[in-house]
Design a protein around this ligand. Structure first.
Ligand code: ADE
Length: 234
């Protein structure tokens, strides 16, 4: 196995798509192992409480440290073999990028902690950092209801980088944002038919002139990047 993925969440069903598609095939082939754990199994009251009001006041609820501490100790025992990299999705995290996906893809073991509500008591990450690497990671500048969807996104971005998981080993190398030569957005792509509903494929792509095609794609890349993501042109 190349990668073990553990997820701790109060909505285990939300993670069902992890077993579909690309990751599902990697699981079938034994390249990836996925285990989803219900945080509520580590609560100790009849109501299986996982949250409480924030100290200092304010809206919403904060996830209790006790269930999280027990969950982390059970899934990644302090005296067990190896240590996972703990990933905590949060709008307050550092931005998730292709470079971070590549870093995660080089790890043998990823443990995701899904917070809901207004987050997890901050001491949980502090405690975990005493024995594993902890990254709070944000998908972008918008707020989701919880970390579950972020786990699906991160797991997919990571798993398609695993050697032998993607059908075509080259396409991961050429993607927008990969550590390619220019770091620009990809040029637009076309396939058959050459004319469709009055819209024609740019003739240069049908010309067979590889030099001109490469030049055309480089120009479109630059154009697109300038228009949509000027921040990438540095
Ligand atoms: N949880 C809530 N919002 C999030 C975001 N933007 N990225 C990652 N996790 C989140």
């Amino acid at each position: 196995r190349q990668l073990k993925i553990d997820v701790i969440t109060i909505f285990p069903d939300y993670l069902a798509p992890l077993r579909q598609s690309l990751l599902g095939k990697a699981i079938e082939r034994g390249q990836v192992e996925v285990a989803v754990h219900d945080l509520r199994q580590w609560t100790d009251d009849v109501h299986r409480t996982v949250d409480d009001t924030p100290y200092g006041g304010g809206p919403g609820m904060v996830m209790l440290p006790e269930p999280w501490g027990r969950a982390l100790d059970a899934v990644a025992p302090p005296d067990g073999p190896g240590r996972p990299r703990l990933i905590v999705p949060s709008p307050a995290g550092r931005p998730f990028t292709q470079a971070l996906a590549e870093e995660f893809a080089a790890e043998p073991w990823l443990l995701f902690a899904c917070g809901r509500y207004e987050g997890i008591d901050a001491r949980v990450a502090e405690y975990a950092a005493q024995r594993m690497r902890v990254d709070e990671v944000s998908l972008g500048d918008y707020v989701l209801a919880g970390g579950e969807v972020a786990v699906l996104v991160i797991a997919e971005a990571v798993s398609r980088l695993l050697p032998g998981v993607l059908g075509n080993a080259q396409s991961a190398v050429d993607d927008s944002f990969s550590a390619g030569p220019d770091g620009l957005l990809e040029a637009p792509a076309y396939t058959k038919p050459a004319s469709w509903r009055g819209l024609d494929v740019p003739p240069v792509l049908l010309s067979g002139h590889h030099g001109e095609i490469a030049r055309w794609r480089a120009e479109r890349s630059r154009e697109r990047t300038a228009e949509r993501r000027p921040d990438l042109l540095g």
